[in-house]
Design a binder for this molecule. Structure first.
Ligand code: SAM
Length: 427
């Protein structure tokens, strides 16, 4: 493919020249903003921009809020001595790049989108916020893999890399991990719901190395497939990752995971294995690689091989980091973002549910109330009552931010059905 003059110029950019001094992050005293936002401006948490002709979904604002909160916490933890660098690898109109600049206070933000036609929109949005000579941003129009690989070869690493492609991000994970600083955050997005729901088992196998078949909690499987793909790529490179949060949004639908990169290969990959769901009894279990030959269900119908569905390998550990999410909620509260409802999402409610889901005692998957009701042959028990009853019995139980009318619990299914029947008998 011919390289345009703009692409060649962007490829030649590097941090030391783009930053005033690589060792002295600027204090951002001279921000220039236009007094008048354009007539067609959109706004997210007070930051105005023009989506122009770019692909832009206002519904995805909550996903961007979560990224900004996480990046800000990471920036605070990194301290001011090292420049904080963000890459929005597929920026569309540049809304994420803009928010990393304006809200995270990054020292430098690189906004890239393969489409050169978007240049006026991206540059317009960023330069309305900050113009030369003080500007802390650069715009390029390269294929994301090429940009990430070039930064890696120049040993110029980012603290946050945001990859928001159409479809799945699998093709970019390895290059993104290479261009990330150790300890840095990688925000991955997938809209590949066909793979997550098991309608494209061969496609999920080639993209994420996971053979996915339909199970009753496909959207959680979609998140676990994405984290598992990142865990496998990190292991290949001699690193490992941990998920800070995982977020499924109904619109799209969209799967987003924020993972942190750590140095050092683990012995094998922790929390990486298989989920087995039994259609006969409704129970799910996880299995590691060394239990592969023993995958079965303890229920009476185990003789029916068709009743068992195995998916994986994928991430079988917690979907989120409790401490990190708790800090995100505090920051959202500090900034006044927590108790507002934007595009139908309350960040407080969402983060509260995610914090509950992060309990390490909870296994993968969730059970829908209608399934409990039909197996227990009772009317659907109220969600809150069922959760409280299970907790009283000593089990971990909570709502799922993924399945609206479902619970996550470590209570075995038969016991869960007994509890549901007791609730109904008491009414
Ligand atoms: C889902 S949109 C990005 C939306 C944007 N991140 C937001 O939050 O509004 C995906 C963008 O990726 C760009 N794109 C697709 N493939 C790319 C590639 N290989 N490298 C760089 N950009 C790419 C498209 O031009 C498109 O603007």
């Amino acid at each position: 493919m011919a390289i345009s003059a703009a692409a060649a110029a962007a490829a030649a950019l590097s941090f030391p020249r783009a930053l005033p001094s690589p060792l002295q992050p600027r204090r951002h005293r001279h921000r220039r903003r236009s007094a008048e936002p354009p007539a067609c401006a959109h706004s997210e948490r007070g930051v105005t921009f023009d989506p122009g002709s770019a692909f832009y979904r206002s519904d995805s604002a909550a996903g961007r809020d979560l990224a900004v909160l996480a990046a800000t916490l990471h920036r605070r933890a990194a301290g001011p001595s090292v420049p904080f660098l963000c890459l929005d690898a597929m920026c569309g109109c540049g809304v994420r790049a803009l928010r990393y600049l304006a809200q995270v206070g990054a020292d430098f933000v690189w906004a890239n989108d393969a489409s050169e036609a978007l240049r006026p929109v991206i540059v317009g949005n960023l330069s309305r916020f900050e113009r030369a000579p003080d500007r802390r941003w650069a715009v390029s129009h390269l294929d994301a893999t090429r940009l990430l690989s070039e930064r890696y070869l120049r040993r110029e690493y980012f603290d946050v890399i945001d990859v928001d492609s159409f479809g799945g991000d699998a093709a970019y994970i390895r290059a993104a991990l290479l261009a990330l600083r150790i300890g840095g955050l990688l925000y991955l997005t997938s809209t590949d719901w066909r793979s997550a729901r098991g309608y494209g088992s061969r496609s999920s196998l080639s993209s994420y190395g996971a053979y996915i078949r339909p199970v009753p909690y496909p959207n959680e499987v979609g998140l676990r497939m994405l984290i598992g793909g990142a865990a496998r790529e990190a292991a290949i490179l001699g690193f490992h990752i941990t998920p800070l949060f995982s977020y499924y949004a109904y619109h799209g639908p969209i799967f987003r995971v924020m993972v942190q990169l750590h140095n050092g290969k683990q012995d094998g990959i922790s929390n990486y294995g298989f989920i087995c769901h039994c259609k006969s009894c409704g129970q799910s279990r996880t299995f590691g690689f060394d239990e592969l030959g023993q995958i079965t269900c303890g229920c009476a119908d185990k003789i029916d091989p068709d009743s068992i569905t195995v998916v994986g390998p994928l991430w079988t550990g917690p979907l989120h980091d409790t401490t990190f999410l708790t800090e995100m909620l505090s920051l959202a509260t500090e900034w006044g973002w927590a108790n507002t409802i934007e595009n139908g999402v309350s960040l407080e409610k969402l983060l509260d549910t995610m914090i509950e889901e992060s309990d390490s005692r909870l296994p993968p998957g969730y059970i829908r109330l209608d399934e409990i009701a039909s197996r227990a042959k009772v009317n659907s028990p109220p969600l809150g009552t069922l959760i409280n009853s299970l907790r009283k019995e000593g089990y971990a139980a909570c709502r799922s931010h993924i399945g609206a009318n479902a619970i996550k619990t470590n209570c075995p299914i038969e016991c869960c059905l007994d509890v549901a029947q007791e609730i109904r008998n008491l009414r």
